[in-house]
Ligand binder design. Structure first.
Ligand SMILES: C[S@@+](CC[C@H](N)C(=O)[O-])C[C@H]1O[C@@H](n2cnc3c(N)ncnc32)[C@H](O)[C@@H]1O
Length: 501
């Protein structure tokens, strides 16, 4: 029924005569009355609407800026949003012609897009999105969910959306791909990503929010957050005969979420990394490297036995953090020697990021894992591996020479208390490197150890030294800063704090 409908002299019915795939306004268009165009479909439309259960007194449709929604606070059960993705599409500009015909123009000032001509960069986009997310957060009831569809090829926009959601108060609990079956206009015509992502995030409950309102952080508050978060994350994800490791339940991810929850509320983080790892293992039962609430474990165990395989997170090793995760996966499956691990490691690290300082496998092993040199009883992780995989090594004592011989020289994954010790030593080493970056007189730091910068930013945040965060961040390559979720989080929040002061 739009002006796109072409008049076709030979056509019998003058409906659906628009040109596919392009925005083409014909020289002679054909106006079709709604009753003519819809009459034949009347029954189908009625059936579809009936299915929605919509009644005039229960539905409302409105159009406007999401940064100013005329709805009272805490009154909405669920938010579904499909926001603009950076500079994929200039919505308002594209509608200019049609809007001019209708005499109604989009108010573009708050349009959340990246557009150089309108002086909207990624930073401005993030700010506009944050204002929309803050409104969603305001109108949503506590403890309820928001789904965000995301489709873009740029990591920078992905980070901007996540940061905007976080500062608005949402906690992300799940990210997965959505197969819409039908590609969008951009997806079929350009090299943009083919699959969309779906982000599920919740608004924390009032009970949790009140704990943080006074602005000071306590260890109990942090654990209350972890508890609520675990309660919101899927217990088991799997299909047919295969289960999946749920990233949100791993120690590293929980630590990152806990830190982000504090930083995004402008408060210091009450637990160090090592304290967190140790406390996590004491408070929450662990299965396959994931943590659960006590009442979730039974469900997990039951479902876990119904699948034969557990698919590990697929890792793309391109920096130190992902390399450590990769080594952990390898050693968890099979404690092995440096010599055995080296060739596999070399194969994995071929896509190492350009700005990322090379980290030797030896350093990774020494800083995050443990080595059995043949003295003392065989550590239980190696013992378990050997007795499951070698018939002749079953039922042997932990100091049996045959077992010791086979176990010698293997690296293995420390248990949670030893891991906390390792982490504490590693953190010190990282901070020493950060100090060097901070003291360096170079205008730009081109190659560095991202883990050291992250550790340094975290330490500065704790000491409210926002100035150092901003100073060092501005010396990093822009592209790196914008694409690193953690660095960006500290930088953005430090800038806000400095502004407040
Ligand atoms: C990805 S599209 C949504 C497409 C929609 N789901 C569909 O299937 O047609 C994003 C939409 O957000 C709109 N938009 C941009 N800034 C906005 C703002 N501040 N408030 C509300 N909508 C906005 C754009 O005009 C665009 O229509």
């Amino acid at each position: 029924m739009a002006v796109l409908n072409r008049f076709q002299p030979q056509g019998f019915k003058q409906v659906n005569k628009f040109l596919n795939g392009v925005y083409y306004v014909p020289s002679i268009h054909c106006e079709v009355s709604p009753s003519y165009a819809l009459a034949a479909r009347g029954k189908r439309i009625a059936r579809a609407i009936a299915k929605l259960g919509a009644r005039p007194d229960t539905s409302m449709v409105s159009t406007g800026d999401c940064a100013a929604i005329p709805i009272p606070p805490a009154s909405i059960d669920y938010v579904f949003t499909d926001p603009p993705f950076g500079e994929n599409i200039y919505y308002a500009d594209l509608n200019f012609l049609v809007e001019a015909w209708h005499g109604v123009m989009t108010a573009t000032a708050n349009e959340a897009i990246v557009d150089e001509a309108k002086k909207k960069g990624v930073h401005e986009y993030q700010e506009l999105m944050r204002r929309c997310f803050e409104e969603y957060h305001r109108v949503l009831k506590p403890g309820r969910w928001m789904t965000v569809v995301f489709s873009n090829s740029s990591n920078g926009i992905w980070r901007a959306i996540q940061e905007a959601m976080g500062t608005a108060g949402f906690v992300v609990a799940d990210v997965r791909t959505l197969d819409k079956k039908q590609g969008s206009y951009r997806q079929v015509t350009s090299s943009a990503v083919k699959q969309d992502l779906v982000i599920s995030a919740y608004k924390p409950t009032d009970a949790l929010t009140h704990r943080f309102e006074l602005g000071h952080a306590t260890a109990e508050g942090a654990w209350a957050f972890v508890k609520e978060h675990l309660g919101n994350v899927p217990v088991f994800v799997g299909r047919a005969s295969e289960g999946e490791v749920v990233a949100e339940r791993t120690a590293q991810m929980l630590l990152d979420r806990m830190i982000a929850f504090h930083v995004q509320r402008g408060i210091s983080v009450p637990l160090s990394g090592p304290e967190f790892l140790q406390g996590l293992a004491q408070r929450f039962p662990e299965r396959d490297g994931m943590y659960f609430l006590p009442d979730q474990v039974a469900e997990y165990d039951r479902k876990r036995t119904s699948v034969s395989e557990l698919r590990q997170l697929s890792l793309f090793v391109n920096d130190e953090a992902s390399a450590i995760q990769w080594v952990r996966q390898q050693l968890q499956d099979k404690p092995q020697s440096f010599q055995d691990l080296t060739p596999q490691y070399m194969r994995e690290v071929q896509a190492w990021a350009k700005h990322e300082e090379t980290v030797e496998l030896k350093t990774i092993l020494e800083q995050s894992f443990l080595h059995y040199d043949g003295r003392g009883p065989v550590p239980s992780q190696i013992h378990r591996y050997l007795s499951t995989n070698y018939k002749d090594l079953r039922n042997l004592e932990k100091d049996d020479p045959r077992l010791v011989d086979k176990a010698r020289d293997r690296w293995y994954v420390p248990d949670s208390s030893k891991q906390a010790e390792r982490e504490a030593i590693r953190e010190k080493a990282l901070l020493r490197e950060f100090e060097e970056y901070n003291a360096s007189t170079q205008r730009k730091i081109k190659v560095f150890r991202t883990e050291a910068v992250r550790a340094g930013f975290k330490a500065c945040w704790q000491e409210r030294d926002y100035r150092t965060i901003v100073k060092v961040a501005e010396r990093l390559p822009d592209a790196v800063l914008l694409e690193d979720e953690k660095l960006l989080m500290y930088y953005d929040n430090a800038r806000t704090r400095l502004g407040d002061q």
